[in-house]
Design a protein around this ligand. Sequence first.
Ligand code: NAP
Length: 292
Amino acid sequence: MTTTKPAVSFLGLGEMGSALAGALLRAGHPTTVWNRSAAKAAAHLDAGATVATTAADAVEAELIVVCLFDHASVHEVLDPIADRLTGRRLLNLTTTSPDGARELARWSAAIGAEYLDGGIMATPEMIGTPQAGVLYSGSRQLYDDLRSVFATWGTTEYFGDDAGMASLYDLALLSSMYVMFAGFFHGAAMVGAAGVPAKEFATRAAGWLRTVVPAITEYAEVIDGGDYSVPGQQSLEFSDISDIVDASRAQGISTELVDVVQRLIHRQIDAGHGTDGVARVIESIRHPEAAA
Ligand code: NAP
């Protein structure tokens, strides 16, 4: 049967690469797969994949998707086959730093390949569902031409021709998530020291976080407006978290996490901004060595 769907090759079939390749195979794309450990590639044979025995043999397709462990492994796989990549279109879905993505974009340009970087906001099980999203940056032409392929995995969003931007957004969103989860772990340890099961606390914390999270939109308006003294905000002085620090210590748990938050708040109070809104904490983060 002939197909008009673009042919796609995958370099890297770990948990994520396998999920991405599987979704394209189910959608009817001619799909070639290569993985360092051959067994993971062979697992896609029954689904109709062409299995390449070397990375060099896997790069004839319209789109080459790279989903390896890290930036170094991308170079380890691509450098030896650089001459085969001239004129090819690369989508790198390996998590890299923003500068790592920019370096790969320059490397690709130098060998005459087109480069698009992607930040996957999903777990492998979510790929192919509306809950999955991938952030893209780099070649606009590549993004526009093959967007229908990317839509197979989930929602798509393009963040400009600076190849590092998808990674920057990815890591910024993950930083929000990790710090929020750390807050949950801290709260669970506080009540846990009084014998409360984490599961019991989790149901309350989930409801509480759902209630308070919409406040970030108001904080964002203040930050973008640049005036932290706008009336009606919770002030920095009111946001002092000494009670939380003291209660944590009294429960016999670490105060490291809440100490950090308290320090960020107090750097602004100490600089004379105590009556400003709590969103001013971003200034402590923006200027790590400054007092204001
Ligand atoms: P994984 O299951 O650990 O797979 C890693 C893949 O990289 C395997 O195919 C492995 O090959 C290959 N690899 C590692 N070092 C290599 C090297 N030096 N040369 C050749 N191949 C090498 O990881 P994953 O979950 O698929 O993640 C892949 C990428 O997606 C990572 O950058 C990760 O951050 C990103 N990501 C993952 C998730 C997730 O939830 N899993 C979510 C978002 C983003 P072998 O099979 O031979 O070891």
